[in-house]
Design a protein around this ligand. Structure first.
Ligand SMILES: [Zn+2]
Length: 402
């Protein structure tokens, strides 16, 4: 299964391979990888019966994946079985790793995730990136990437690709940030500013957050809206397990859906956008607090203590979210709405008004709203897993490169 973000994607992600012998071999390598990853440890015979190939055919594929460092043998299965004991296969905890990175308005983060889905190295730096030009920000991010890659390499891993989550609109080339209003970036190709040896995918943070929800969340449906925020508010529309991109790749800009047409002006050029009511800074303003670091922590702390102004500001933000989401829910009929990113930390005070506003306004039965268990980590994990999925979907491409 794949959920392509853009046309350009690492390691053949989502590509329909030609129906040649070579194409068949590549697809079967991927089926073996996915089967072992989802159900392993498994013997070769068990893999063969699950994917409906002969044991001999599976053995050839498995040998190739072991040589490439993508699968490993755990040693003989328990004795006492009839015939030669098979060796249980598992996805390698060494070999390729996905490098995920996130550029936030006030933080940078990088992590390495192995093929088993485990985070093996991570680095975070809190830094005010608003109105900083892309060069120093990505220079600093590159430093963190090198640190995480070195740590991963120390554990026998090697980077299969880099995926970067950004709070802005990304062109379909999956490299160019067309507009990131809260960073002040316009038409910037991130490729030349990042480590050049790694295959690169850049995408909106909400899209990676949604994919993390899809791949790592419990019982995530195939049709849902994922809403995430820090200062800006982004959303991703997932339809049948795929992120909807729209014509230019800009779908999901929930933060700029008007809530009150005559409201305050917004960085996008519009007025009364959702971001002006439910973005972190807007909520702080409404509560009479100064924006600073750890805005969510400040709001959550005050709300917990019963601060009436903060609770009212969060209640109103929930109402604004409910109004904006009504349009999306009525239009798209998702199975549910997932609140992720920083919003998830404020959900106890946002959800009641959000839910009642949404229920009051939606045409059909009300759409359930849940909170992401991944919290603010979603986009970063989604980025790293994007690279990992690319390897699982086309292990041959990685084996040839590795
Ligand atoms: Zn706007």
């Amino acid at each position: 299964m794949s959920a392509p973000l853009h046309k350009a994607r690492p390691a053949g992600q989502g590509r329909v391979l030609p129906d040649t012998q070579q194409g068949m071999r590549r697809r079967n390598l991927s089926r073996v990888m996915h089967t072992v990853r989802d159900e392993g440890p498994l013997s070769r015979a068990a893999v063969a019966s699950r994917i409906g190939l002969t044991r001999a055919a599976v053995s050839t594929l498995v040998d190739e994946l072991i040589r490439a460092g993508l699968l490993e043998e755990l040693g003989p299965e328990r004795p006492g079985r009839v015939g030669r004991p098979g060796s249980a296969l598992a996805v390698s905890g060494r070999g390729p790793a996905g490098i995920g990175a996130e550029v936030g308005v006030d933080h940078l983060a990088v992590c390495a995730v192995d093929l088993r889905g485990e985070v093996r190295a991570r680095a975070v730096r809190h830094v005010a990136n608003r109105d900083r030009s892309p060069e120093p920000v990505l220079g600093e991010l590159t430093g963190l990437i090198h640190r995480v890659v070195a740590e991963a390499e120390g554990e026998g891993l090697w980077p299969a690709g880099l995926a970067v989550a950004v709070p802005g609109l990304v062109a379909r080339d999956a490299r160019t940030v067309v507009r990131a209003p809260n960073l002040g970036w316009l038409d910037t190709d991130l490729g030349p500013l990042l480590p050049e040896k790694l295959p690169l995918t850049v995408a909106n943070e909400a899209n990676f957050g949604a994919l993390a929800e899809l791949w790592l969340g419990e019982d995530t449906p195939r049709d849902f809206l994922h809403v995430s925020a820090e200062i800006g508010i982004g959303a991703a529309v997932v339809v049948d397990g795929r992120v909807l991109h729209g014509n230019r790749g800009f779908a999901g800009e929930l933060g700029h859906v008007p809530v009150w047409p005559d409201g305050p002006s917004c960085a996008c050029g519009g007025r009364g956008c959702l971001e002006q009511y439910a973005g972190e800074e807007a909520v702080l303003r409404a509560a009479g607090l100064e924006p600073g670091e750890d805005r969510v922590g400040l709001l959550a702390g005050r709300a917990e203590q019963g601060d009436a102004a903060v609770r009212r500001a969060l209640h109103d933000a929930g109402t604004a979210l409910g109004i904006a989401l009504t349009g999306a829910v009525n239009l798209l009929d998702p199975e549910n709405v997932v609140l992720g990113g920083a919003l998830s930390g404020l959900s106890p005070w946002l959800l009641p008004s959000l839910r009642s506003e949404l229920a009051r306004r939606t045409a059909g039965p009300s759409c359930p709203v849940s909170v992401s268990a991944l919290g603010p980590e979603g986009p970063l994990l989604g980025a790293a897993h994007w690279v990992v999925r690319g390897v699982l979907d086309d292990p041959a491409a990685v084996a040839e490169r590795g």
